[in-house]
Write a protein that binds this ligand. Sequence first.
Ligand code: G6P
Ligand code: ZN
Length: 543
Amino acid sequence: MTTQIVSTSPIEGQKPGTSGLRKKTKVFMQPHYLENYVQAIFDGIDGIAGKTLVVGGDGRYFNDKAIGTILRMAAANGAAKCIVGQGGLLSTPAASNLIRKRGADGGLILSASHNPGGPDEDFGLKYNGPNGGPANEAVTEKIFARTKAIEAYKITEAGHIDLETIGTASLADMAIEIVDPVADYAELMESLFDFAAISQLFESGFTVCFDAMHAITGPYAKAILEDRLGAPAGTVRNGTPLPDFGGGHPDPNPVWAKELMQTMYGDDAPDFGAASDGDGDRNMIVGSHCYVSPSDSLAVLTDLAHRAPGYATGLAGVARSMPTSAAADRVAEAKGIAAFETPTGWKFFGNLLDAGRATICGEESAGTGSNHVREKDGLWAVLLWLNILAVTQKSVLQTMADHWKKYGRNYYSRHDYEAVDADAANGLMDALRGQLDTLAGQEIAGLKVTSADEFSYNDPVDGSVSTGQGIRIGFEGGGRVVFRLSGTGTAGATLRVYLERLETRPDHLDHDPQTALAPIIAAAQEVADIHGRTGRGAPDVIT
Ligand code: G6P
Ligand code: ZN
């Protein structure tokens, strides 16, 4: 087998965003596009000679072909071994676990997460480091720098590469080990949770509906919930991963997981519902007639995780992204554990987890996870909830009511304006930035502003500083609005407006969040002139 050195030149726009490089699939399929980026990753991490990498993806269109290219390039670049999920499949948390468990030097995860898949939809590729987590900004900067200077890439000529047969084969001088994508992950879950208690809960008639949204968690959820824990067949819906996710949008929120929401708010609703995203790292939790917002879910898990064996000794701390509500902070304060506020993006939790300063982390964007891997983990959150409910014997509705009674309720909502003209979106952010010094003390739509700033993060572990991480405006009485542009979109700009208000009066805890937040929504509209600047009368997605 011969190694080819292929001449190439830099391709513009290969800058990794919040979570790796995400582009339209057709962009990724252009000649040299994937190859340039893969070589830039290898060069950006100082080469891969003699190294072991984990490789897998969420099964979306182009997953298998891209894996073939990556393996041929890894062999040509002198890697010792690639560990690959059978069929090229690995959920993001399972990939993180494999990197850690096998002591690999890192991994390449192919996914555009919750974005739709298919020839006309999205594709993505991200590098995770030896701790199993997404590369930090210093590394992604190096990778980006390489994309701008690349002159050639190396690739091994090879015929068909077998991704189906479990076991080890070789490609030139590199070993390819094909592994069962589920086994190691299922074992890890069993080490953290009381499977006997969850089985008993199911035996007692507690019903669950898990919507895998035709994405990667299907095989994982079937193996764990149905085969190991004994939930009836059919508990897992849409459980076969499809290259286009059945034409859907594999994003677990009330808008995209509508079918599940209808089930959970219908007659005879199951006791517990959950969904995960394209690559298995996000989660949505919904009880019978009770949707749990991701921010609230993080707070409940922070409060009750010690009910599961893996967390029985308590938590060192909890970390949340800045736009996530402060609900978890209130629990942390009551428990006397540390609370951290980081920029959006799971990679910012890595240092806190590695240093043992945070045990559980979460984001408003439907991500929750812990120190068991270095990615957020959809099924983990589902199993922790089930373990807690098995012990407390409460419904989701009761759990939430009790939580709000004890800690107050941080009413929360996110309004997204999608595919906005990029100049208009940047103009809106610039105009807000220009007002930051003068906003405090002013009254906006009847609310007095108490603080206004642009979030920047000083990493307490490595001292790195990340600026420009979202504009936040605080109001008298504890309300808050945050404005941020998404780093994961693939068309135009997505403006995210995060709205929050704390309510502690016991008779005001069960309102509709949109109603409870109406004054903050009005103030957000006025201060940013969203309508005037974007031409949009209403958000595209409300979560
Ligand atoms: C990905 C990251 C998350 C992040 C989310 C939101 O899913 O893994 O950590 O919270 O994107 O990103 P965005 O920039 O679109 O708001
Ligand atoms: Zn995801």
